[in-house]
Design a protein around this ligand. Structure first.
Ligand code: UD1
Ligand code: MG
Length: 447
């Protein structure tokens, strides 16, 4: 448990154009582990319990403001660089006391422990987060003095060949005494390769006025900066490896971990078995002893103890799968509840439905829940039996213990304990084939 940092204020920079993503969507809304990138940064900041958080956005980024609410946003009118963005952020903070932590919305995986260490390191006045990536191309380099204080951050584009050989890079996270920041930001200039106000220049400005900037190093996977789709994929890979390890540590068996994809908020019970190729979207809670068979896709669902899902099942949001429910192959469940012990094992669509305890949904059953305008609901009672290849045309109720004959199209409520048949009768004509063949041969000969 962390001690709340009530003398800490956070600025998250997220107004950048994100040009390298080649996207209409703001960069920080691209998903990572099923969450928009910015949510990762906001959650880590929240864990520090700072006095306030403001997120710097560009005009027109209302969706980002919505995502970070109830935290404040500060608008940077023109994208003149990270230093200018920090100025906008500073304006958005109300009477900041203590320290200011400045983070980039595009470096989403920094752990809370690392942030806390960075804040503690700023006792000298200022601290910056470093890392040593395999390939430093594109990152700013940390220039240090003999006492290992940072004296300057040089951006790749402004670096000499010699400076480009420096392995220690800038992760884009800084913590600074609130009294020092305004003056340093005022002094920034844009005389550099990109004609931008670089936030990184506050380090050399501070060093010149005798302020020591300490640094700490974080593991590479925490510090991946996301400027392009390939860096997004790299970060996703690192995050998934972490989530897989966590799932196994907590008592789930992943038969082929590299093919299991989790969302940040996936919750797994103990003795869960996950076969290859399973994808968890946001909002999934899995109880103890659940098996998820190969190639299933789940989002927005709670699955209770002992249930079995798939192979090849798709469970869509607002669904609830009860204890010991059995969902088989090629089943789609959408906004539906299956109560304890219910079964739907082959080739069905269950939409806007409540399926009662121990009810059996036969192969190929389809719930017709949409009339072109509205989504309509269906109830199948406890112990009811729906025969194969039936269509339940919503809104409709099948009573407790009722039977629906196979291949029925049900448009009316079926009372408890009754049988509903809604298909043409089978007609048998004895000897029909022989008679037909005789007729055919006759006409052929005549013709
Ligand atoms: C930045 C750092 C670089 C560091 C890298 C780490 C600068 C000048 N360089 O480079 O030293 O190694 O991050 O990932 O800061 N932003 C705004 N408004 C702007 C420009 C940027 O809000 O006008 C925000 C972006 O949304 C982003 C952050 O500032 O969250 C950094 O900007 P970005 O363009 O991604 O800088 P990098 O090239 O990644
Ligand atoms: Mg960046």
């Amino acid at each position: 448990m962390l001690t709340p940092m009530s003398d800490l204020n956070c600025i998250i920079l997220a107004a950048g154009k994100g040009t390298r993503m080649k996207s209409d969507m703001p960069k920080v809304l691209h998903a990572l582990g099923g969450w928009p990138m910015i949510r990762h940064v906001v959650k880590s900041c929240e864990a520090l319990e700072p006095a306030q958080i403001t997120v710097v956005i560009a005009p027109g980024m209302g969706d980002v403001a919505k995502e970070v609410a109830p935290h404040a946003t500060s608008v940077q009118e023109k994208q003149l660089g990270s230093g200018d963005a920090a100025r906008a952020g500073l304006k958005g903070l109300k009477d900041p006391k203590g320290k200011i932590l400045i983070l980039a919305g595009d470096v989403p995986l920094i752990s809370v422990d690392t942030l806390q260490a960075l804040v503690e390191e700023a006792e000298t006045g200022m601290s910056v987060l470093g890392f040593t990536p395999m390939d430093p191309t594109g990152y700013g380099r940390l220039i240090t003095d003999d006492d290992l204080f940072v004296t300057e951050i040089i951006e790749e584009r402004d670096a000499s060949a010699g400076q480009k050989n420096i392995a220690l890079c800038n992760a884009g996270a800084y913590c600074i005494d609130a009294k020092l920041l305004p003056n340093l930001l005022d002094k920034l200039s844009n005389s550099n390769a990109q004609k931008e106000f670089y936030l990184t220049d506050i380090v050399s400005l501070a060093a010149k006025s005798g302020i020591k900037c300490a640094y700490i190093e974080a593991p590479i996977y925490e510090t991946i900066g996301i400027n392009s789709r390939s860096q997004l994929a790299e970060a996703e890979g690192e995050l998934q490896n972490y989530l897989r390890a966590k799932a196994m540590f907590e008592g789930a068996s992943l038969l082929d971990p590299m093919t299991t994809y989790f969302a940040m908020d996936t919750k797994l019970g103990q003795d869960v078995i996950i076969e290859p190729g399973v994808f968890f979207g946001p909002g999934v809670v899995i109880g103890d002893k659940v098996t998820i068979h190969a190639y299933s896709y789940l989002e927005g669902v709670t699955v209770e103890r002992g249930a079995s899902i798939g192979p090849f099942a798709r469970i869509r949001p607002h669904s609830h799968i009860g204890e010991d429910v059995s969902i088989g192959n090629f089943i789609e469940v959408n906004r539906s509840t299956l109560k304890a012990g219910a079964k739907s094992k082959h080739l069905s669509y269950l939409g806007d439905a409540v399926i009662g305890e121990k009810a059996n949904i036969g192969a190929g059953t389809v719930i017709a829940n949409y009339d072109g305008f509205d989504k309509l609901s269906t109830e199948v009672g406890k112990d009811a039996f729906v025969g194969s290849n039936s269509t339940l045309i919503a809104p409709v109720k099948i009573g407790d213990g009722a039977y629906v004959g196979a291949a029925s199209a049900i448009t009316e409520d079926v009372p408890a304990g009754s049988l509903a048949l809604a298909r043409a009768r089978t007609i048998i004509r004895d000897g029909w084939a022989a008679l037909r063949n005789k007729e055919k041969t006759k006409t052929k000969k005549a013709g």
